[in-house]
Design a binder for this molecule. Structure first.
Ligand code: ZN
Length: 216
């Protein structure tokens, strides 16, 4: 694929929506459509999960995605796959090239363990996902693990990890092409107790582009 053709799909948006700070949205993608996540204000990460709408037990698997790609830091050309290793999403553009696939989502339990009373009542990605999947009959305990867009939780040479602020600036984006029909949920991470989102969760934008060839 040549450089100028790589952007051809951006001419035909079928969805263009703002996700408010701490909020989430769900998207039904047809095979070939492209979902773009845009960090509107900078230093904002988002957790992403994907499920097969016709078989909700088939979900994006971070561990299998690491195994299939042979790397911890996924970038352009890498694929997010399901538990069987079957492709779900391919990263086709990425202006940050630094994401997390290891540490799951912020949750009420994690906030309580890490932050005690300061974490009480805070919105979390896990709660967002549970709300998004409730209409589909998926219970909260079955919320799958996430791929964390722009999340900056690097692994050091000695294997240790430490949260740092997202490297994304306003306007940075990542594009995922759906390899099959999918239900995708994006949680605009509400975490404000770590440096991740600069201690100030902000808004983001999601655009869905039609599949190449013009099919919406
Ligand atoms: Zn989060």
């Amino acid at each position: 694929m040549t450089g100028h053709k790589a952007d051809d799909y951006t001419h035909s948006a079928v969805v263009d929506t703002v996700i408010a700070p701490r909020d989430f949205d769900s998207f039904r993608l047809s095979a070939g459509q492209v979902l773009r996540f845009v960090d509107s204000e900078g230093q904002q990460c988002a957790d992403l999960i994907a499920l097969d709408p016709d078989d909700l037990t088939s979900r994006l698997s971070p561990t299998m995605s690491v195994s299939r790609n042979g790397r911890l830091y996924l970038g352009v050309g890498d694929q997010l796959v399901d538990d069987d290793g079957e492709p779900m999403l391919t990263i086709i553009a990425d202006t940050v090239e630094h994401h997390d696939i290891l540490c799951g989502s912020c949750s009420p339990g994690l906030n309580r363990v890490r932050h005690g009373g300061r974490g009480a009542g805070k919105r979390t990605c896990h709660v967002n996902f549970a709300e998004a999947l409730r209409p589909y009959g998926v219970p909260a305990e079955d919320v799958p693990y996430s791929f964390n867009i722009f999340m900056n939780y690097p692994v050091s040479q000695d294997g240790s990890m430490e949260y740092a602020t997202c490297r994304s600036s306003a306007g940075d984006h990542i594009d995922f092409r759906a390899e099959r029909d999918l239900l995708v949920v994006v949680s605009n991470c509400p975490q404000e107790l770590t440096p991740l989102n600069g201690f100030t969760p902000s808004s983001s934008q999601v655009i869905v582009f039609a599949a190449a060839g013009g099919n919406a």
